[in-house]
Write a protein that binds this ligand. Structure first.
Ligand code: DX5
Ligand code: ZN
Length: 217
């Protein structure tokens, strides 16, 4: 299992320290939630901030674009050093074209689905994906409760990629904590995104190590 701490719940006044802590504790990706106030009812940051963060760590940057018309912005995020560009299936009418375009820019292409979108909606594009992101909460905010039905979707996604694109990673995002993490892992996820479970802890590095240890037992 890979771990992708989400900076949404980090303290941006101490962001270098926060990133350094999770890097030191063995984070695999830095998950960056880009929100536009339109696709989701919240606003975060764009390429300028991500470009500034790029200097702080060699970890892969995993950008989760919760924006309408993502096709307008993928090049800007690649230009500032994003390594995995994930956009929402619900946010663009031509997902296959955008996945292929992202790959043509030399980075990994990911596609995210909201809780109401069935995994079957990915059947025609899975070959063009390096990552499938199953949202286990409605996107927009950290600290929400894990939706249990997501476990069924993770298993369905595992079956889909096993048949059609075994290299494709399955990432799960939303409400993952010490209780839900083992269930997410058992259902077949490759990457766990965690925001509040890591950064709301008094010691995020120790918390990440504790969460990882849960899967070792
Ligand atoms: C929510 C974001 C998540 C968020 C998860 O829309 O996509 O990445 O940071 O936060 P937690 O882990 O607190 O549910
Ligand atoms: Zn996210």
């Amino acid at each position: 299992m890979k771990f992708a701490p989400s900076l949404l719940s980090a303290d941006f006044a101490r962001i270098a320290e926060e990133i350094s802590a999770v890097e030191g504790a063995g984070a695999d990706y830095v998950h960056l939630d880009v929100m536009d106030g339109r696709f989701v009812p919240n606003i975060t940051w764009g390429p300028k901030i991500i470009g500034d963060l790029r200097a702080l760590t060699p970890l892969p940057f995993d950008a989760h674009l919760m924006i309408v018309e993502p096709e307008r912005y993928v090049e800007a995020f690649v230009a500032v050093g994003v390594n995995i560009v994930t956009f929402h299936l619900e946010a663009t009418p031509h997902a296959q074209r955008l996945l292929a375009h992202v790959r043509s820019l030399g980075v990994k292409a990911g596609i995210a689905i909201d809780p109401q979108t069935p995994v079957a909606a990915l059947a025609e594009v899975v070959e063009y994906c390096d990552l499938i992101l199953i949202m286990s909460v409605n996107p927009g905010f950290g600290g929400q409760s894990f939706l249990p039905r997501s476990l069924v979707k993770i298993r369905e996604a595992r079956a889909l990629v096993a048949e059609r694109n075994p290299q494709c990673e399955i990432e799960v995002d939303g409400g993952i904590n010490a209780q839900s993490l083992p269930l997410v892992a058992a259902a077949g996820a490759d990457v766990a995104v965690m925001g509040s479970a890591i950064f709301d802890a008094a010691d995020p590095a120790a918390q990440l190590r504790t969460l990882r240890a849960l899967l070792a037992t």
